[in-house]
Design a protein around this ligand. Structure first.
Ligand SMILES: Nc1ncnc2c1ncn2[C@@H]1O[C@H](COP(=O)(O)OP(=O)(O)OP(=O)(O)O)[C@@H](O)[C@H]1O
Length: 802
């Protein structure tokens, strides 16, 4: 923004005021009647005994001179003062500067010149004025009352009471101190920063401060405040002198998914409050040219990945010093055009922000590491070799440039989180058709998987889809339509889907509890179906899926968050709405179906349990018992332990690479189980809700039995050996026996593997309706205290409380 010209109309150079009494950091702008003022810049308001001056931030320009202020205590933070044709808003009081000729001031003002923190501005507007009335001026200064709630726009944001600024403080800086050299971080952040955020800022700063550049990945869990850490660290880097580093950076390019452009804008607004906005947000191609012609103006440029990759050549014309890529896992494919394009920007300091640094394999991780430090990691082949041969070395290298903290570090600042996995009984149609699909199994596994998932949500979804394909001439799976006839013809009723029946009860209960809910699904048709259900229940539906224009998304989210009304429900598509959204207006979230990629589910589930949330959060994952959905859940647990942890990744795990055996497993249907996942982990709790450590006695009993079993086995082995000696002649029999025993060993090994890979579930409590007392207790705790709970067969429960 261009600097406002000096206005000296009524100012006589020979008449420079002296005897500075107080000075304030302010925002200034032309006086107007607009409700939401647009400030033009930062300034300094200096009070003298007989007048006041409004100067530019660097004090080089005098913007206006006006009458003095009647009472200095009127100039509290947030106050708006009208100085003729200019208005200012007081930000904070600064230390006064001695002037060459200091007029004597009356004894009662003397304390104004003392060093901080001598003065606490009186709280009460009726307190005795510190400054006598200053007269003699033609245009009296009008002091407007502070806008309601304006003084402290950040109050409540951190969930902490506002910390009062010291009466005198340096406007710009505060210091983050640890054993190493301190880092000066702008005060607008410092007072709000959580301990993990201070560490994060130190990490980014240290990794990027090198003269020749540097790279880092901030891989914190969702909601830990990656944006505030980025803003604070990059701002500190750009204020080099104050941090004892050479002027290494003055321009920072922030590339974000288009759905998050407005989020970033809102974050800058939030932390810069009404100060001069430090970023340019490019939303359309013509903005790029406008930016290029005024590129000296502001330090930050925010642009979507889409625009960045389209206009990469233009961006190359700007000399950026820092590159930030939000949701940087978008760059995981090293050969993608997007990654290649952005990597070709010659920006020496690179920061990737992502909650999910590795979603599938080490090649993806390499792509990110190689992006931030192009010369450090050698070739991909070398890196993959390192991964398999020297995991310790690999960890060392990763630790050096990547920082990852889980949501637990912020737990003390957030309300409780309760997570549930509810296993919902398949309806009769769901059961029948699922069995048929398992028998049907053709080479086209992908579309069958799709149908099986739809069936788990509601049989009508599958039927409609098949029918539509059939009518359009695609008759590949038309024979499946035969299974839908007579009693098995879905009508779309709620009872035809176990999960939908459970959801119906949930929604009713949430409304009674006066809490808003978010419902998430992977499928548009499923969201349509849920939308119908919600409308039937007379909910007002907010819906964010791929069809909602990017520029409208933030507005939608804001509307939902601002109006807390339990008659509102937010429907979210996992893919379109997963990242970056803040849906803290809701405290209940239902994940109606799971994604193959646990990272997507985690992203979606993190929307409500995040900074700013004030209510305890309940997150429910619905799974249709015994179906493909349980298999998907099991794969997720094996892959990441239900959290996106980097060290438990399986290489090459994607839908398209399933082996025949895996496919067979995925399509196997367990109609008689109350929870196939619980069966597999062989937990001894029996669904009572007790941890294994709490059922020691029965455990020991079991162990006793196991010993007996072991004895039997060893007897069998001995017997076998004996047989072998005795009947050498019948070698074929012996060989068969050996093979059999080898096979059973292999199966045991495999079972052991499965058990181990599901170990994560031992952190959760397991409940079965076979134990009515604990079951009712669980349901009441989860907020679903309905009589009609026989749609569920099992539940897992995890809380952040203990
Ligand atoms: N210390 C803090 N005090 C108050 N609010 C905070 C603080 N840290 C972060 N927030 C707020 O919490 C919200 C979540 O932060 P942010 O979006 O940066 O998280 P994130 O780690 O990027 O999550 P995601 O990966 O989901 O986008 C933001 O609105 C942010 O302003």
């Amino acid at each position: 923004m261009s600097r406002v010209p000096v206005q000296l109309d009524d100012y006589n150079g020979s008449d420079l005021p002296t005897g500075e009494i107080a000075r304030f950091q302010v925002l200034y702008g032309k006086t107007s009647t607009r409700k939401h003022k647009i400030w033009e810049g930062d300034g300094i308001l200096i009070l003298y005994s007989d007048c006041c001056l409004l100067k530019s931030d660097d004090e080089k320009d005098i913007i206006c001179r006006s009458a003095g202020v009647r009472r200095i205590d009127d100039l509290e933070d947030g106050r708006i003062v009208v100085l003729g044709s200019w208005s200012v808003e007081v930000q904070e009081r600064l230390e006064t500067k001695p002037t060459a000729v200091v007029k004597p001031v009356k004894a009662e003002h003397e304390n104004l010149n003392r060093k901080r923190p001598a003065i606490e501005l009186p709280e009460s507007p009726r307190a005795k004025p510190l400054i006598p009335v200053i007269q003699k001026f033609k245009s009296p200064i009008a002091i407007l009352p502070a806008k309601k709630g304006f003084k402290n726009p950040l109050l409540g944001m951190s969930g902490e009471p506002e910390q009062k600024l010291p009466a005198f403080c340096l406007n710009e800086q505060d210091v983050l101190q640890n054993q190493q050299s301190p880092i000066c971080v702008d005060q607008r952040f410092v007072k709000f920063l959580r301990p993990h955020q201070k560490d994060g800022i130190r990490f980014i700063f240290d990794k990027l401060k090198g003269e020749c550049g540097g790279g880092a990945i901030l891989a914190d869990d969702m909601g830990l405040g990656k944006s505030i850490q980025t803003m604070a660290a990059t701002w500190a880097l750009m204020r080099g002198a104050k941090n004892n580093i050479n002027n290494i950076a003055s321009k920072c390019l922030i590339i974000v998914p288009s759905s998050l452009v407005n989020n970033w804008k809102a974050e800058f607004n939030k932390w810069w409050r009404n100060m001069r906005f430090p970023a340019v947000v490019l939303k359309k191609p013509s903005d790029i040219d406008a930016y290029l012609s005024t590129q000296k103006s502001l330090p930050y440029l925010i642009i979507s990945y889409d625009m960045a990759s389209r206009y990469i050549q233009k961006l190359k014309a700007v000399r950026f010093d820092i590159l930030v890529c939000d949701e940087g896992h978008k760059l995981k494919n090293k050969d993608s055009k997007l990654r290649k394009g952005i990597a070709s920007l010659e920006i020496p300091r690179r920061l990737i922000l992502t909650g999910t640094p590795m979603q599938n394999d080490f090649e993806e991780l390499f792509s990110l590491l190689d992006f931030i430090r192009p010369t450090n990691f050698g070739t991909c082949a070398k890196f993959l070799k390192l991964c398999s041969e020297s995991p310790d070395k690999l960890n060392e290298m990763i630790d050096e440039c990547m920082l990852r903290r889980t949501a637990e570090v912020n737990q003390s600042h957030l309300p409780e989180k309760h997570e549930y996995i509810f296993f919902c009984k398949a309806s009769e149609i769901q059961q029948k058709v699922h069995e048929e699909i398992c028998d049907y199994m053709t080479g086209d596994a992908l579309s069958l998987i799709f149908y099986a998932r739809q069936l788990s949500n509601h049989p009508k979804l599958m039927y409609d889809n098949l029918l539509e394909k059939h009518e359009k001439g695609n008759k590949k799976h038309s024979s499946l339509l035969n299974h839908f006839s007579g009693k098995m013809m879905p009508t779309g009723g709620v009872k035809e889907s176990g999960k939908l029946s459970v959801l119906l009860e949930m929604l009713k209960c949430f409304r009674l509890l006066n809490e808003c809910a978010v419902i998430v699904s992977n499928f548009i048709e499923t969201l349509d179906m849920i939308e119908q259900l919600c409308s039937y229940l007379q909910f007002k539906v907010y819906r964010l899926d791929g069809k909602v224009a990017v520029q409208d998304r933030q507005k939608l989210v804001k509307q939902f968050n601002d109006v807390h009304d339990a008659h509102n429900v937010f429907l979210l598509s996992t893919k379109a709405g997963g990242v970056g959204l803040n849906l803290i207006g809701a405290s209940r979230l239902v994940l109606f179906d799971s994604d193959w990629n646990p990272a997507n589910d985690q992203q979606a589930m993190a929307r409500i349990w995040r900074d700013g949330q004030i209510r305890p959060c309940h997150i429910y994952r619905l799974v249709t018992t015994g179906t493909i959905e349980e298999k998907m859940l099991q794969r997720q647990i094996k892959k990441t332990g239900l959290g996106c942890v980097i060290d438990a990744i399986e290489v090459g795990d994607s839908v398209s690479t399933f082996s025949d055996e895996e496919l067979h497993d995925i399509f196997s249907f367990s109609p008689d189980t109350e929870c196939n996942t619980h069966d597999l982990c062989e937990c001894k709790c029996d669904g009572t809700g007790m941890f294994e450590s709490e059922i020691v006695d029965s455990d020991e009993e079991e162990e006793g039995n196991e010993e007996e079993d072991d004895d039997e086995t060893s007897f069998d082995d001995e017997q076998l050996e004996e047989d072998e000696d005795t009947f050498v002649a019948d070698s074929q029999v012996v060989r068969n026996e050996k093979e059999k025993s080898k096979k059973s060993e292999e199966i045991e090994e495999k079972d052991e593997e499965t058990r181990a890979s599901l170990a994560e579930l031992s952190r959760w409590r397991h409940f079965s309706p076979r134990h009515p007392d604990t079951w009712r207790h669980l349901l009441i705790n989860s907020g679903i205290s309905t009589q009609n709970d026989n749609e569920m067969s099992f539940a897992f429960y995890l809380t952040s409380q203990f």
